[in-house]
Design a protein around this ligand. Structure first.
Ligand code: NAP
Length: 281
């Protein structure tokens, strides 16, 4: 019988995940179908028993449910618990098990798309929301030497810094957006990550880069935003002679890891990338 996997979130808008996964199922000849389900926040607790009763094979979880879903699952992996968020759930004989593939997808994209190993490197992450938390946690997990966080909400940056500081030997700090400390941290960093929505379609003229920062040529700038593929931040970085990578790679890598969790098969990465590009057009 055909297996159903899905996506829960609210609002879902135009997600590229169905196109990516359905193209991958087709490529491997797997009898699966990926369906998006809009679930409003107040209905999340009711939706899970419903999905279980329908014998869904698995599902992805997106905004705003990634954290709220954790206590509703039967179990979650150690990494998902550390990150504090789940974006992939598999139904193992009626038990719903949560994974986080966003964090590993980011690290995989750094390696695959930029040949960048984060261990021992100094990183600055702008944005301490859900994605910033996954990125910062993973950078600490893989042994970044130093991590500097900033957010519009200084309290959020401080809280995430305090948390990440407990995870590893990574030296952690945070600062306000207009501070000299942030400017200095960026100018001394090996990696700058945008984990804010700034620059995302339709507000393509926005950039999270603080004023008067001189990007060092050696820095890798990674923008989690993938629509548009070339954000204002990435254009600025390339103009300064820096390497610049779009979040499309992370999107595909987290999807590929989720595909393997759902099916046990290795994901056809090129097919998923092509499907994501087409869906974004
Ligand atoms: P989120 O939970 O809303 O977090 C964004 C954070 O950035 C918020 O704390 C926000 O503060 C802060 N912020 C806004 N403007 C800022 C600025 N100028 N400087 C510093 N911080 C600022 O969103 P999210 O879920 O983490 O997602 C962030 C972005 O990553 C989105 O564009 C999303 O599409 C992208 N993303 C990409 C992937 C991928 O696979 N490539 C995966 C996940 C997310 P306030 O709340 O005070 O505004």
């Amino acid at each position: 019988m055909r297996k159903i996997v899905g996506l829960i979130g609210y609002p879902l808008g135009h997600s590229v995940s169905p196109a990516m996964h359905n193209a991958a199922f087709k490529e491997l000849g797997l009898d699966y179908e990926y369906i998006p389900f809009e679930v409003e926040p107040e209905d999340l607790a009711q939706a899970l028993p419903g999905l279980r009763a329908l014998h869904i094979a698995g599902f992805n979880v997106t905004i705003p449910h990634k954290e709220a879903v954790v206590p509703l699952l039967d179990d979650v992996t150690k990494l998902a618990r550390t990150i504090g968020a789940v974006n992939t759930v598999v139904n193992q004989e009626g038990k719903l098990i949560g994974y986080n593939t966003d964090g590993p997808g980011f690290i995989e994209s750094l390696k695959e798309d930029a040949g960048f190993e984060a261990a021992g490197k100094r990183a600055v992450v702008l944005g301490a929301g859900g994605a910033g938390r996954a990125v910062a946690t993973m950078l600490a997990e893989v042994g970044a030497a130093a991590l500097f966080l900033a957010d519009l909400d200084a309290g959020k940056a401080a809280a995430l810094t305090e948390y990440v500081d407990t995870l590893s030997n990574t030296k952690c700090g945070w600062a306000g957006l207009d501070s000299l400390a942030l400017k200095t941290a960026i100018e001394q960093a090996d990696l700058l990550v945008n984990a804010t929505p700034l620059g995302m379609h339709p507000d393509v003229n926005k950039s999270p880069l603080p004023a008067k920062v001189q990007l060092p040529k050696s820095i890798l700038v990674y923008d989690l935003v993938y629509n548009p593929a070339e954000t204002k931040l990435l254009k600025t970085a390339r103009a300064a002679g820096c390497r610049a990578v779009s979040g499309l790679g992370m999107l595909v890598q987290q999807g590929a890891l989720a595909f393997t969790v759902f099916t046990g098969e290795e994901a056809p990465l090129e097919t998923m990338l092509a499907a994501a590009r087409k869906a974004l057009r």
